[in-house]
Design a protein around this ligand. Structure first.
Ligand code: TXA
Ligand code: MG
Length: 341
């Protein structure tokens, strides 16, 4: 077997075999950008030490320069390469949740270029739970800086097709793999203060973290104590489909009534209206609903755009477990939130 040479607008399409991953690693070592699968969403990777390549990530995505990237490791042992101080709690969490969807914010090491972290003195770091991602990082030989591989502001990509829809011709290669299993991004956890703070809810829930640590974990609002966003990425409208999305919150019965009447009203105006809750398989057991919602959310948003829907109606979901991440993404995707009493 050899590395594939198929291309989409100049972007190489690579398979998941060892030779393809070797080829991807070579591209990254030479300063290129490669989109690769992780368990959460596809990442757009560059060698963490290559400032030019890191700058190209921002250009390709149209990403604001003040939004830092996550650094991806292939082993917890690399923590000391990227952080200048690793507290005991970070080793503890790495042992319990890595490889997995948990990014930890730690003091940045000198050798990590400021461009990776948007000039902050901290760095977000994680070890993804995906064979391809881990092999790619290992063969590359240095940690890989990678945001989600979408155009800035669009829903994150959970399949290689989503990556090509947004970035074909703008990046060097994409590794084709199955759809990402978690479907929402990692939890970003700030460990630089006295209490761990979730800056972005994600694939590891607050409940899991609290149980593992035996202590309370805070969830930051969009705005930090000094009036500044605590996680730079959280201040932007995000995860947005082209069609406007109305999020409806409040008691279930009343939500349903409002969804029905809004659907009727807008359809009478000639608009194509879709309900996002139709992506949740009603046969999924209640306990698995939020996992299922998370796994399908971004694909559904992109699919509805593809179908040319004019308006998306989404209903609030329970915030236990992965539901907190789902609600966070829905609030950020929403053009309007309607609360029924
Ligand atoms: O699951 C994930 O986290 C995916 C995959 C590819 O690993 N990556 C991802 O990256 O979602 P991105 O760039 O789309 O989101 C990174 C988030 C942003 O909200 C950013 O502001 C925050 O992490 N972040 C990164 N470094 C930070 C830091 N030093 N301090 C606070 N927040 C940080
Ligand atoms: Mg992103």
């Amino acid at each position: 077997m050899s590395a594939s040479i198929r291309q989409a607008k100049g972007t190489l399409l690579l398979g998941e075999n060892f030779f393809s991953i070797e080829k991807a690693a070579k591209i990254i070592k030479e300063g290129g950008l490669v989109a690769f699968p992780t368990e959460t969403v596809y990442g757009l990777g560059a060698a963490v030490t290559n400032v030019e390549a890191v700058n190209r990530i921002f250009l390709a995505k149209g990403r604001p320069a003040d939004n830092p990237l996550i650094v991806h490791l292939s082993a917890p042992g690399q923590l000391t390469e990227v952080a200048n101080y690793v507290p005991e709690i970070a080793y503890n969490l790495a042992e319990q949740f890595w490889p997995g969807p948990l990014s930890m914010v730690l003091p940045r090491a000198q050798n990590i270029p400021a461009a990776v972290c948007a000039g902050l003195s901290t760095v977000a770091v994680r070890m993804p739970d995906h064979r391809v991602a881990l092999e790619l990082i290992r063969i590359t030989g240095v940690p890989i800086a990678a945001p989600s591989a979408n155009r800035s502001g669009k829903p994150s990509p959970t399949s290689f097709r989503h990556v090509l829809d947004d970035l074909a011709g703008k990046i060097d290669a994409v590794i084709k793999s199955k759809a990402c299993s978690v479907g929402v991004e990692s939890t970003v956890l700030d460990l630089t203060g006295s209490i761990p703070v979730i800056l972005r809810p994600g694939g590891i829930s607050r409940e899991q973290l609290e149980e593992a640590l035996g202590q309370k974990v805070l969830v930051s609002g969009a705005i930090g104590f000094a009036g500044r966003p605590m996680s730079p990425g959280m201040k932007y409208r995000h995860y947005s489909p082209r069609a406007p999305l109305i999020l409806i919150t409040g008691p279930e019965q009343r939500r349903r009534v409002l969804v029905k009447s809004l659907t009727d009203y807008y359809q009478q105006q000639g608009l194509k209206v879709a309900s996002l809750s139709s992506v949740i398989d009603k046969t999924t057991p209640l306990k698995k609903r939020s996992e299922h919602f998370a796994a399908n959310l971004y694909h559904a948003l992109r699919q509805l755009d593809f179908q040319g829907v004019d308006l998306i109606l989404a209903e609030e979901t329970d915030t236990a477990g992965l539901g907190l991440a789902v609600m966070n993404r829905l609030r950020k995707a929403a053009t309007k939130v309607l609360k029924v009493l």
